[in-house]
Design a protein around this ligand. Sequence first.
Ligand code: F0G
Length: 461
Amino acid sequence: MAKLTHKSWAEPYKMKMVELLKMTTRPQRAKSLKNAGYNTFLLQSDDVYIDLLTDSGTNSMSDRQWSAFMTGDEAYAGSKSYYNFENAIKKYYGYKYVIPTHQGRGAENILSQILIKKGDIVPGNMYFTTTRLHQELAGGRFVDIIIDEAHDPTNTFEFKGNVDITKLDKLVKKYGASKIPYVCIATTVNMAGGQPISIQNLKELRTYTNKHGIKIILDMTRVAENAYFIQQREKGYRDKKIKDIVFEICSLTDGATMSAKKDALVNIGGFLAINDWDVFEEARNLVVVYEGLHTYGGLAGRDMEAIAVGIKESVNDYHQRARVGQVEYLGEKMSKYGIPIVKPIGGHGIFVDAKEFLPQLTQDEFPAQTLAAEIYLESGVRTMERGVVSAGRKPNGENYYPKLELVRFTIPRRVYTQAHMDVVAESVAMVYDRRKKIKGLKMVYEPKYLRFFQATFEKLK
Ligand code: F0G
């Protein structure tokens, strides 16, 4: 990292516009929660004070991004904004070919349809909800090959996003490399608590997959946050710039899907990037079926301009230090109150261990869903469940029972202040004080796909 001018993680920006928030009372929140079926996704955002539901599409754009936004070229075909977008992706990530999509899952859909055949196995460093669903809809089966440490919220290993190559080797021996179209690698691993993968592990994986002719596809949604952890923790990377580390990560893979709504500091957008011409050609054809022409893919020209600038800002060392610094600030504050959180603190949020917080509840009583509801009731802070509800059901209909039963406090980039983080920690501490009296929930409506978004619940008596 370049020599920094200050010791704290203070923000490398100041505010130019603010968004006013509505304050609510506890009876109002109790009513809103009941109407939302105890699912924080079904609350109206107007009833939320501090919104930590997600870091996806909730970022503040910079003055430079807003300026670029105004220059968007809305031509249906061959928009100049597309070329700015494409050039930024090539420059900062190094991939050869780019397909814009409306968001990350648009890219996952297209890639899965092209690369996965019925009966294929897709190993990955822990599942992500939409990614795994697209793999399954394309006829594949996701297999988790993350290291065991990732499933233990108390294990403080610094690279809990790493792949266990012996787990991959077992799959190759059992099914044959031809049944494994690619290994899907996330930076940082969302469901594990925002945990990074190391460059060393990625290099070992590259050597292994090269030997067996297997591709690596990066889920690069939070790649710059992962690069920050590599810079801080990995031997030999302390003096490297995040920009160069991001480039190196991408260079070890064959292609990527990206939700630009996270790292790239915008409110909507994504892309598929790939080095293989044949895959690109097919993707360029499929994108017109699902998203839009290959020079806009469901995005407005102005969105592509904002992404191009956002990518550049995301690889700035000061930006990432303030971003992850704020997450660490909240985590340390919660730890001081004795609240059980996933350690080490991850890149995009704090993950509270709901099994530990509410040991009186079984996983069928939805501890994380319950805790997210109680936190909203306490203070108007909105979080989300990342446990048995998010995990959903296997293709055969059985529930997945993930080891991790977490409530995620996801911090939007450049949005909230340190004082907001204090309020969040205080409200969780208040719920912690009354934790023994908390009862669980029962699911009363369950949609077929990605149930956590729309399921509704009732309180157990
Ligand atoms: N991959 C990861 C690791 C993600 O976190 C997300 C989205 C996606 C892919 C899909 O991207 O939403 O643009 O279609 N995560 C959001 C979240 C929804 O709240 O974690 P998308």
